[in-house]
Ligand binder design. Structure first.
Ligand code: BGC
Length: 816
């Protein structure tokens, strides 16, 4: 068990922790368990403990500022990382993130997100890895190992069954024991076993009647007791609700602060006899151990003393992106491009959507759009661009053409501080205010500056945020009133939709003055002080028919048409689920029109999670590009030109919503029953006998593979499969060899087959390669609800090796 792999250094750290704990009184101890602000725990100088800093996660390290003036490398979305099927690459991603965290003084990364793709409608689908618990566990283990080998902690989240966003703070997910063990807990268990995470984050939701921040059974008995987890259990932000319930349920840290159910309230509960001081001590011990591990507790040796060798973040972001792109269709080998001219089409090709929304947002220092990437890679004159149908029909952060500064004034109107405000976004958390400004003195914030339009016509301006606002453009005041929240979610001010407040006729290239003033009124009793609002903007909408006609014309005049289709911030983010899987706006129509004009039409899909592609049989190629991170455009050029092959395989089934087997994400009377049991993702598609658009595991490279032999043999830790394959194409390539296990006699209680393991092979043209895939004991087990234990199911199975769950090339029987 993971917890028992102790080293002498662990023992030494524990001694320092014990000595430090002994010096703390009750008030200091309970203070340490409560956030002192949005991202940190308090320092306790009396024991030589520095303040512990946490930050989101998972594709970068945002740091304690929610702002573009504190940039971070932005890697591709977690779905993309999982599409690489490469734990070693996930590990390198983790190492880079540790480097970013160290640079920003962050000790714990609030990641990875290892909830499952139960339904394609889940709002944070892009932020999770896969519909398969095994693949999720393998990628998550690589990631956690990487981050922690850089000396930075992780909090594997959200424990557990936070698989959708509707009513996420209160929903009671009713998860049958088998599904809980075999699916939702499985990645957490694997990561605890393989990567020994220093932290876990408990979710907002309840599971089977108990809120996760108080779930004694799942936290104390399963996570700590059965699995030997020895790290810290941090609440999701504002998820801790009851002092005694949380501490007795095994929650160590209540975030964020300063108002939490811990701190003084916890000290009082101990004094009243509602909580045993031993429970507080146990939590403090774990927090101090984390502090020791990351090197902020005096006299304790950090796990990693020296920062590891430097990782080039730009190169790694590009490598992960191209390795994640999944080529799902490539008729007549239209890709890689054979030279000639390219018409690049789509708003997302110019204004790339490189990451998903919500707490997973980071601010990269640069973004290489597909237009930038292809312009740099193709010969002069080979590339043309047309915007096509514009999915940007919605208000978005004011970052194109705006130069804005935030001016802070006190109640008398005196200027007390300023800060740049790239993107028109103000998100100041806790004590992170401009120099010279405090919450006591701050009265108004004015976002002010100029805007240079890139198009002529009616520009729409909007406001995201709550409270009193005044919006003035070019000397005219368009809004002077109070905006109220639409929903009772503490994060509505962050994740809610901007409201349109002005439409102004502007001329391309002619600057205008812009001002948005907000009166800051933060109630005293809120758990965290956050000053947040956004100036939003939307360009004039040109006549869509005209735009599509322009794109068709560009496509007709080029050898190849590359159309980028995309989702928007209002489709994939945190705090809400999707209601359909369609591409927004008129993008489907655009693709159809372009494909009709040019037989060499390649569609690149820029979304973090599945979307419907109703025209997929009518185009030559479809490349799934995820949210590709800051270097996405460069990686796309690498793949389209053939400098590299697209390396991804689907970590999740892509199909239409009508066919998708699990679509219920909305609770009834507060409850969401997981009635499908263990049948999610491909397990459910197979049981329903439906054929998805693209099956789990599918993805083409630029070469061909023949599977030559499959041999099952007894390995050191149980059976293993040896697969020999040959690269029969004309280019070197990398193949993800997938091994599926199926009961020889169908068993209606079990999926018809499941992923048991995988390995990747690399070979040059004509060369053969061999991989060995161990079949873990767990692959043969089910959770037996009667005995409440794992049960090894003896009997005959079929082992299949292949390219996806649907494309199985070789099979062999096995008896266990
Ligand atoms: C999210 C977490 C995140 C936290 C801090 C919550 O709303 O669910 O994933 O780490 O906020 O930003």
């Amino acid at each position: 068990m993971a917890g028992s792999q102790r080293t002498p250094a662990d023992t030494a750290r524990e001694a320092v922790v014990e000595a430090a704990l002994g010096k703390l009184g009750l008030d200091a101890k309970t203070r340490l368990l409560a956030g002192q602000d949005m991202w940190t725990l308090p320092a306790l100088p009396e024991i030589g403990l520095k303040s512990l800093v946490m930050s989101d996660g998972p594709i970068g390290v945002r740091g304690v500022r929610w702002s573009a003036d504190d940039p971070s490398v932005a890697l591709p979305s977690p779905t993309a990382l999982a599409a690489t099927w490469d734990p070693a690459l996930a590990r390198r991603a983790g190492l880079l993130l540790a480097q970013e965290a160290r640079r920003k003084g962050v000790h714990v990364l609030l990641a990875p997100t290892v909830n499952l793709h139960r339904s394609p409608l889940g709002g944070r689908h892009f932020e999770c890895y896969s519909e398969d618990p095994y693949l999720t566990g393998v990628i998550g283990s690589g990631y956690v190992t990487g981050v922690q080998s850089g000396g930075v902690g992780t909090t594997v989240k959200h424990f557990v069954a936070n698989d959708a966003e509707t009513d996420r703070l209160t929903v009671n997910n009713l998860v049958p024991a088998r599904a809980l063990r075999e699916l939702y807990l499985a990645p957490f268990e694997a990561i605890v076993e393989n990567a020994r995470p220093w932290g876990v984050m408990t979710a907002y939701n309840s599971v089977n009647g108990t809120t996760m921040t108080e779930h004694h059974h799942l936290v104390q008995e399963v996570l700590r007791g059965e699995w030997g987890f020895d790290g810290v259990n941090v609440s999701d932000w504002t998820a801790a609700r009851d002092t005694a319930g949380a501490v007795n349920g095994g929650l160590d840290v209540a975030m964020p602060g300063p108002q939490t159910v811990y701190g003084e309230a916890l000290a009082q509960a101990v004094r009243d006899g509602r909580v045993a001081e031993a429970a507080v001590d146990a939590a403090v011990r774990r927090v101090l151990l984390l502090a020791a591990r990351v090197g902020i507790l005096q006299s304790a040796e950090p796990v990693v003393a020296e920062p590891p060798e430097a990782v080039d973040g730009i190169e790694l972001a590009r490598e992960i992106a191209r390795r994640s792109f999944v080529l799902v269709r490539n008729e007549r080998d239209v890709l890689p491009l054979k030279g000639g001219t390219v018409a690049l089409i789509g708003a997302a090709a110019r204004d790339a959507r490189v990451l998903g929304g919500g707490s997973a947002t980071v601010f990269p220092a640069r973004i290489v759009s597909p237009l930038d990437g292809l312009a740099a890679a193709l010969p002069e004159g080979a590339l043309s661009y047309a915007v096509g149908a514009d999915p940007a029909t919605e208000l978005a952060a004011a970052d194109q053409g705006f130069r804005l500064t935030a001016l802070c004034r006190d109640a008398d109107g005196t200027l007390i501080g300023t800060r740049s405000a790239p993107g028109g976004l103000i998100q100041w958390m806790g004590s992170d205010l401009p120099d010279g400004v405090t919450h006591d003195t701050l009265h108004t914030v004015e976002l002010t500056g100029t805007f240079i339009p890139r198009t002529t016509g009616p520009h729409t301006f909007g406001i995201k945020g709550m409270g009193a606002f005044t919006l003035t453009i070019d000397g005219t005041t368009y809004y002077d009133d109070v905006q109220r929240p639409g929903k009772d979610d503490p994060f509505e001010a962050f994740f809610g939709a901007p409201v349109p407040r002005a439409q102004v006729e502007l001329t391309a290239g002619e600057p205008v003055d812009v001002s948005l003033t907000h009166v800051v009124q933060l109630p005293d009793d809120i758990p965290m002080k956050v000053v947040t609002f956004t100036l939003a903007h939307c360009e004039p909408q040109r006549e869509p028919d005209e735009l599509i006609a322009e794109a068709v014309e560009a496509a007709r005049n080029a050898d190849t048409a590359v159309v980028m289709v995309a989702t928007t911030d209002r489709v994939e983010s945190e705090g809400f689920d999707r209601t359909d899987l369609r591409l927004p706006g008129r993008q489907d129509e655009l693709v159809r029109a372009v494909a009709a004009a040019n037989p060499n039409t390649v569609v690149v899909v820029n979304s973090g999670s599945p979307v419907e592609l109703p025209w997929r049989e009518d185009v030559a190629a479809v490349l799934l590009g995820w949210f590709p991170g800051q270097e996405g455009g460069a990686a796309l050029a690498d793949v389209l030109t053939g400098a590299h092959e697209p390396g991804g395989r689907l970590p999740t089934t892509w199909g239409s919503l009508t066919d998708a087997p699990v679509t219920q994400v909305t609770p009834t009377d507060g409850e969401l029953p997981y009635t499908e049991g263990v049948f999610i993702g491909y397990r459910a598609w197979e049981r329903a006998g439906r054929t998805p658009a693209y099956p789990f595991g599918h993805g083409l490279g630029y070469t061909d593979w023949t599977y030559e032999s499959l041999e099952v043999f007894p390995g050191a830790d149980g059976p293993a499969a040896r697969v020999r394959l040959r690269n029969t194409g004309e280019r070197p390539g990398r193949e993800v060899v997938q091994v599926y296990l199926a009961p020889a006699e169908p068993d209606p209680g079990r999926p018809s087959r499941w992923l048991a393991g995988f390995a990747s092979a690399e070979a040059g043209p004509g060369e053969s390669a061999e991989v060995t895939v161990a079949l873990p004991r767990r692959a043969f087990e089910i959770w037996d609800e009667a005995s409440n234990a794992w049960s090894f199911v003896k009997g005959s199975y079929e082992i299949a090796a292949g390219r996806s769950i649907a494309d199985r090339r070789l099979t062999a029987p096995i008896n266990v």
